[in-house]
Design a protein around this ligand. Structure first.
Ligand code: TRP
Length: 461
């Protein structure tokens, strides 16, 4: 049985397509933290053409797990996130953009996976832990919120995603998904695919701070630069950025570590930007060196960052303005994407149900024969062990004279011992199909005289 499963694993791996799934909760407009953390990468990956399928999901059902009292907020932000996606260059011809709640198959998968996850495992999920603290849920955690990592595993596995490009905070979710996949496959069948996480490759992009220098950009802290901000908003925010509080006079030596402007430059600036806007420096290292020495003012570096950001954001802003002129078309993109995504999820759900043996109406043998199907399975198992059994009986008969001695000590007849091992394997193969405990060689030996069929019948109540 094991061997069969491993062959299937190898076969699956060989035929494995490259599939991306990722998404965002629609609780607000997307900001530049989302952009460098994942969005920019998705567009690049989309345009490499290396992937067989790309699914980008607006996770409204997940957003509702901690915004259930605020459905209007979630509803309004779906279009905002969709506009952000499209304006960044996600192309519905290459990537399937869809809305989570429109795929009911995901909730079915969540329900089945929840058998494979313990409460204590969920409690140990570091992201859930911090979020529970942040939302003051400690004393009364809504079940839906508590189990959202399971639903996220459903999102990922429904599309058999191999790669999930996300920010660092999502790592525990992917780890939990991988555990669910391994458990499902080992209990039922090799149906699900273990995903790999793809994180941003630069530290500044991994965790872009807010303009106030606080840990993370977040709407509630009011420290975000949104992709949809106007040119003027962006400039005002950049000019107010937190820098180095010890850098008071221009001539003072400055610090680039923990200096938000430099963190943003790490995330956004390219050598071309220097040639264009700040030709007295060849690259960011030179700029940093000057700032550290002293003699470089904050206004100059902020103006440079503003130029860099505007250059990156201007085309996004322009595309957004175009898409905003035709909102019905954007909803249509989401509707078509949701239909396509649903087809894929339905295929996986059918495989999951077959593996879990809850595909009653598709199992024609079961319908036709009823209890006879169970007998047929057993006969099948027995016929597989017949050759080993036949050989054992013939060896046994051949050695009939020495029967008493053989029964006393099998170890004296190595060839018989081999056949007994074969038979034991065959019996165990049969038993495993019914999920019954395996038998030792000695147990099998005791039954040789009365036949393998009786052995199996005794083992199966
Ligand atoms: N949890 C993600 C976030 O908060 C959103 C999300 C839901 C997601 N399902 C997903 C991301 C599946 C990647 C894969 O941003």
């Amino acid at each position: 049985v094991l061997e069969e499963r491993h062959l299937k694993m190898i076969e699956n791996k060989k035929n494995q397509k490259k599939i991306i799934l990722t998404g965002d909760r629609p609780t607000g407009r997307l900001h530049v933290g989302h952009y460098v953390g994942s969005l920019r990468r998705r567009v690049e990956l989309q345009n490499t053409g290396d992937f067989d399928k790309i699914f980008i999901m607006i996770a409204d059902a997940q957003a509702l797990t901690d915004n259930f009292e605020n459905p209007e907020k979630v509803r309004q932000n779906i279009i905002e996130v969709a506009l952000d996606y499209l304006s960044c260059g996600l192309d519905p011809a290459k990537s399937t953009l869809f809305i989570q709640s429109q795929i009911p198959e995901l909730t079915e998968l969540t329900f089945f996976y929840s058998n494979l996850v313990t409460v204590s495992r969920l409690q140990r999920n570091p992201t859930v832990k911090t979020e529970i603290k942040m939302r003051n849920f400690e004393t009364s955690i809504p079940v839906g919120f508590f189990t959202y990592p399971i639903s996220q595993a459903a999102d990922i596995t429904a599309f058999k995603a191999t790669v999930v490009p996300v920010g660092e905070d999502q790592l525990p979710m992917i780890e939990q998904t991988r555990e669910i996949v391994r458990k499902f496959n080992s209990i039922y069948d090799e149906v699900l695919v273990e995903p790999e996480v793809m994180l941003p490759d630069n530290a500044a992009c991994l965790r872009l701070p807010g303009i106030d220098g606080k840990q993370k950009m977040s709407k509630s802290l009011g420290n975000c630069i949104y992709l949809s901000d106007t040119e003027k908003d962006v400039r005002t925010k950049v000019m107010s950025m937190y820098t180095d509080p010890t850098h008071i006079q221009i001539t003072d030596p400055g610090h680039v570590e923990g200096n938000t402007v430099f963190t943003y430059l790490d995330a956004f600036s390219k050598p071309e930007h220097f040639a264009e806007y700040l030709p007295e420096y060849a690259n960011l290292d030179e700029l940093k060196a000057h700032y550290t020495r002293g003699g470089l003012g904050d206004v100059k570096i902020k103006k440079f960052l503003n130029n860099v950001l505007q250059e990156e954001l201007a085309p996004i802003r322009a595309r957004r303005a175009e898409f905003e002129k035709d909102i019905p078309m954007v909803y249509d993109i989401l509707k078509k994407g949701s239909e396509a995504a649903r087809e894929t999820a339905a295929k996986t759900l059918a495989e999951v149900k077959a593996a879990m043996k809850i595909n009653y109406f598709d199992d024609l043998d079961l319908i036709k024969d009823g209890p006879a199907a169970r007998r047929k399975l057993m006969d099948n198992a027995i016929s597989q062990l017949r050759p080993g059994y036949a050989k054992l009986i013939s060896d046994y008969n051949r050695l009939y004279e020495q029967k008493a001695a053989i029964l006393k000590d099998w170890r004296e007849k190595p060839s018989l011992l081999d056949t007994l091992d074969d038979l034991t394997d065959a019996v165990n193969h049969g038993l495993a199909q019914f999920g019954y405990p395996l038998r030792t060689r000695d147990e099998v030996r005791r039954f040789v005289g009365s036949g393998a069929r009786r052995l199996i019948q005794r083992a199966i109540p």
